[in-house]
Design a protein around this ligand. Structure first.
Ligand code: NAP
Ligand code: G4F
Length: 341
């Protein structure tokens, strides 16, 4: 029997990679799209021709119930969110509604459509649920590296909303016996990453400078450290969690950490330029509260799921810079209308 998956966040980075992966595994893939004329839908139609679309919004409970009823999925991947951390200070309430309460609405849609009314049923034959949790929940980290048992200390409204969604997913598993899992994913990037995130801002900035289209790149905190991996590797982990025998939460990351400064060095180095001649440190890009250091301990995913990342930090940076050189040379600029500095 063909398995059916419903993805929220299909127009985002992870939605596109996960859809491709699930299609390659023989799934029928459905993507939830919001809005009356969402400008990112034509890109999804171009990139993912075999994905079917269903309308709905994480802000609208009824639309999620209708989507689940229509698609009758075996698996639901909740990737939709306000995912840009600085935006979560500017629009904290919206972030709470989409990134936090959206998880409740999706879980409720599954619960209602599955007819789960009592407590602790059996997970057999139920719709399986994946929640896109985040290493931002660790925030001001209590220990390094971070594991599934590291306590949370979120530092942004986004991190707080993700922590709510994370605990709620655990709670539905414990309350209703649902097959509901959270992947605590560390930063993962690709040529499809949004231009507002630092890796893509850097790869686009380097490509513009190399092509003579810009003379400087303005960045905030160069000392922050992240565990950056490749999105294509990380979506495989999502699917592995959902097809495991038991529903459990996993930390997914490479186990290596680099500073923004090292990212910049590697990206400019990939095209033979000295970053110090072009990067301008801009204090206005610092955050009200920063997450200084993230580094995963992915041992549980390695031993229980057999998951391994395949792309190194250096390969990832080179891949992104090369892709942006090609894109800009072809006359495209994904950052053209970005509202973010
Ligand atoms: P992304 O590129 O920013 O995509 C976010 C998606 O959420 C978009 O498809 C967007 O759709 C959708 N969305 C926003 N508001 C919505 C609403 N009201 N209803 C339904 N959908 C809505 O994010 P990503 O990098 O692919 O990340 C996927 C998920 O993983 C997110 O939940 C993110 O928080 C989480 N995460 C990401 C990382 C990472 O490093 N990438 C790490 C940990 C966790 P529109 O086109 O309609 O705006
Ligand atoms: O690329 P970023 O904006 O990603 P951030 O805040 O770590 O969040 C991403 O990863 C999370 C997982 O840990 C996800 F949950 C979340 O949805 C998102 O995908 O910033 C990375 C670091 C920060 O410390 C930031 O202060 O880069 C620093 N940075 C320095 N200059 C900058 C800039 N970030 C951005 N976006 N732009 C700058 O100019």
């Amino acid at each position: 029997m063909t398995r059916r998956a419903l993805l929220t966040g299909i127009t985002g980075q992870d939605g596109s990679y996960l859809a491709e992966h699930l299609l390659s595994e023989g799934y029928e893939v459905w993507g939830l799209v919001r809005g009356q004329a969402n400008p990112r839908v034509p890109r999804v139609r171009r990139l993912l021709q075999d994905v079917r679309l269903v309308r709905g919004d994480l802000l609208d409970q009824g639309s999620l119930i209708s989507a689940v009823e229509k698609v009758q999925p075996d698996e639901v991947y909740n990737l939709g969110a306000i995912s840009f951390v600085p935006m979560s200070w500017e629009q904290a309430e919206l972030t709470a509604e989409v990134t936090g309460m959206g998880v409740l609405r999706m879980l409720e849609a599954i619960r209602v459509c599955s007819g789960i009314t009592g407590s602790r049923g059996s997970a057999d034959g139920q719709i399986r649920f994946y929640q896109a949790s985040s290493s931002e929940m660790f925030g001001q980290v209590r220990e390094t590296p971070q594991t599934e048992r590291t306590p949370f200390h979120p530092r942004s409204p986004y991190g707080v909303a993700k922590a709510y969604g994370h605990f709620l997913t655990q709670n539905y598993r414990e309350s209703y016996g649902m097959f509901a899992v959270s992947g605590i994913l560390f930063n993962h990037e690709s040529p499809r990453r949004g231009a507002e995130f630092v890796t893509r801002k850097v790869s686009l900035g380097v490509a513009r400078i190399k092509l003579g289209m810009a003379t400087e790149l303005r960045l905030g905190n160069l000392e922050a450290r992240r565990d950056w991996g490749y999105a294509g590797d990380f979506v495989r982990a999502m699917h592995m969690m959902m097809t495991a025998e038991t529903p459990e939460d996993y930390v997914i990351g490479t186990g290596r950490t680099h500073s923004v400064r090292e990212l910049v060095e590697a990206a400019f180095g990939a095209v033979g330029l000295d970053w110090e001649r072009y990067v301008v440190h801009d204090r206005s890009l610092h955050r009200p509260a920063e997450v200084d250091l993230l580094c995963a301990d992915p041992k549980k995913a390695r031993t229980q799921l057999g998951w391994e990342p395949t792309v190194s930090f250096e390969e990832l940076v080179a891949m992104m810079v090369e892709a942006d050189l090609r894109l800009l040379s072809d006359g495209e600029d994904p950052d053209q209308y970005s509202p973010w500095p």
